[in-house]
Design a protein around this ligand. Structure first.
Ligand SMILES: Nc1nc2c(c(=O)[nH]1)N[C@H]1C(S)=C(S)[C@@H](COP(=O)(O)O)O[C@H]1N2
Ligand SMILES: [Mo]
Length: 518
């Protein structure tokens, strides 16, 4: 009885370790070529692309920017369960165990080839993973004296010698395989990271942005800094790994309903007149009070100039869009007008005086003031196609999100934090507010549902940049209090109190939070 159980445990171990070793080899081979071709990531991406929108929103709400990690871990757990099953099956019929692994391989291969622009050589990491896992499975079961494997090997062309192996050999071999797999995963990760730095010189702008004034964050602790450092800038995209594009092989194609389609490469781009602007970008998935917004100084080439060289055929047609495509086929629709009017939309190549980081779209991305990221901020962009909304649908459009995504004006409270406990006396309430294209006029604060008080405003950088604010409140009553903040923007319009969720066109409503005076 006990023997039978132990034998099952060892078979399960063999299944698990063989697939683990295979995946590790797949990661290493992929890291050497292109990390995105790893079978794990390919399957993960395929799952993410097929996750229904409500489930995806739920994952983003529950896990924030870890949503992808959670999805990826679920895929990994599922794979490991199947791996165990393959080991158990091989104990009775080696062919069945092998067939289960081959089926997994086939699914991974399909996922790899299903990626946009995939080529057959992209299968190399998956095939290497499959061969490794089958060989390791056979070797471990052989060492474990599994008769099915012994029979197979004896009949086969290779003579593995007499059966001198002991159970101890199985344990040692398992330990070695597990260690090798862990080292493999770690090594693959380091390889990928070491290739993620960028080393280019971006020329200065012909029209530099005015330097940012001193922000309120210097005086009011906890208020969002006026400029978001690159390393702290929110990141939202559908990629599982950070794309590592090579600037010298990158180019941007401009085509569609234009008289002069053309292509521009990175070195030519650097020779164009560069502009620089301070712009706050925001994600449509940002909840009221959320952190998916950032302010930075962007440097690049105006899309207006890039598109005028292409000469749009009928520029005044109202249904024209620019479909921008990233290196792997992800797409975004931007109204043509937003890229050709005077707001200063650009193809950005630098962020806060540094080359665009890989996480934010290196070598080049779009930045469109006033529109949510999913409608005007394509990262790793390689193509701009002038077309109509009827002809082409972008990635999020197909998933039901709006195509008219003006960023909704909002005020955010940064301090006190939710349920923070503060000293009685002078309580500093502060935060930031944005109303891109319209401009923040002021922020008002209401405490315990009382009347609205004007906050003290931080520097006004420009209409497309966020603005810091604070309000000093003299607290007398101990206990729980609540605070609300709203923005007055543009032509003295008041931020709407109407609540909306993020789908399909961005959240709205007034942020309210509680804190305790002690
Ligand atoms: N290629 C690509 N570009 C993309 C996305 C994406 O998934 N893929 N996401 C968009 C979304 S939803 C947002 S909010 C912004 C975020 O830009 P950031 O990650 O630099 O902050 O990028 C946009 N550009
Ligand atoms: Mo977004």
């Amino acid at each position: 009885m006990k023997d039978a159980l132990l034998s099952r445990v060892r078979a399960a171990t063999a299944g698990l370790l063989s697939v683990g070793a295979g995946l590790a080899v797949g990661q290493v081979v992929a890291a050497l070529r292109d990390p995105a071709t790893s079978p794990v990531l390919a399957v993960g991406s395929a799952v993410i692309d097929r996750t229904p929108t409500p489930l995806k929103d739920w994952a983003i709400r529950q896990f924030g920017t870890n949503d992808k990690l959670v999805l990826l871990s679920s895929v990994t757990v599922a794979v490991l369960v199947v791996a165990i099953v393959s080991g158990l099956a091989a104990r009775h019929r080696v062919g069945v165990g092998g067939a289960i692994q081959v089926a997994m391989l086939a699914v991974a291969g399909w996922a790899v080839l299903d990626r946009p622009f995939a080529r057959y050589p992209d299968l190399i990491p998956t095939v290497a993973a499959g061969i490794t896992s089958l060989l390791v499975l056979l070797a471990l079961l052989w060492l474990d004296h599994q008769p099915t494997v012994r029979r197979l090997v004896r009949r086969g062309p290779v003579a593995l010698g007499a059966s001198g192996a002991s159970r101890r050999d199985f344990v040692v071999a398992s330990g070695v395989t597990a260690t090798a797999a862990v080292v493999g995963f770690g090594g693959a990760r380091r390889l990928t990271n070491s290739r993620s730095g960028v080393d280019v010189q971006i020329p200065t702008a012909a029209e530099p942005a005015a330097p940012l004034p001193r922000g309120l964050d210097r005086s009011v602790q906890g208020v969002t800094p006026l400029r978001t450092p690159n390393a702290k800038f929110y990141r939202v995209d559908t990629e599982l790994t950070v794309p590592t594009l090579d600037a010298s092989r990158w180019s941007l194609q401009i085509d569609g309903d234009v008289e002069n389609p053309y292509e521009i490469d990175y070195s030519e781009l650097l020779r164009q007149p560069l502009v620089e602007r301070n712009i706050t970008i925001t994600c449509v998935s940002n909840e009221v009070g959320g952190g998916y917004a950032g302010g930075a100084t962007w440097r690049g080439v105006l899309t207006k100039d890039l598109l005028s060289r292409a000469r749009v055929v009928e520029p005044d047609r109202p249904d024209l869009q620019v479909l921008s495509t990233s290196f792997n086929g992800f797409t975004i629709s931007t109204p043509l007008g937003a890229l050709t009017d005077d707001r200063g939309a650009m193809l950005a190549i630098a962020m806060n005086d540094a080359p665009l980081p890989r996480t934010h779209g290196f070598p080049a991305r779009l930045i469109t003031p006033g529109l949510y990221g999913m409608l005007g901020c394509t990262k790793w962009v390689t193509r701009l196609t002038v077309t109509t909304y009827a002809d082409k649908k972008a990635y999020w459009t197909e998933r039901g999100w709006t195509t008219k995504g003006e960023i909704k004006p909002t005020a955010r409270i940064d301090v006190p934090r939710s349920f923070a406990s503060v000293q009685s006396g002078r309580v500093l309430i502060g935060g930031t507010a944005w109303a891109q294209r319209r401009g923040v006029v002021r922020v008002q604060v209401s405490i315990d549902d009382g009347r609205w008080h004007d906050a003290t405003m931080g520097p006004d950088v420009n209409v497309d940049y966020w603005r810091q604010w604070f309000y000093a409140w003299n607290s007398t009553d101990k206990g729980t209090h609540n605070v609300r903040a709203r923005v007055i923007y543009g032509d003295h319009e008041v931020q709407t109190a109407k609540r909306a969720g993020v789908f399909p066109s961005g959240s709205s409503g007034i942020e309210e939070r509680s804190f305790v005076v002690r």
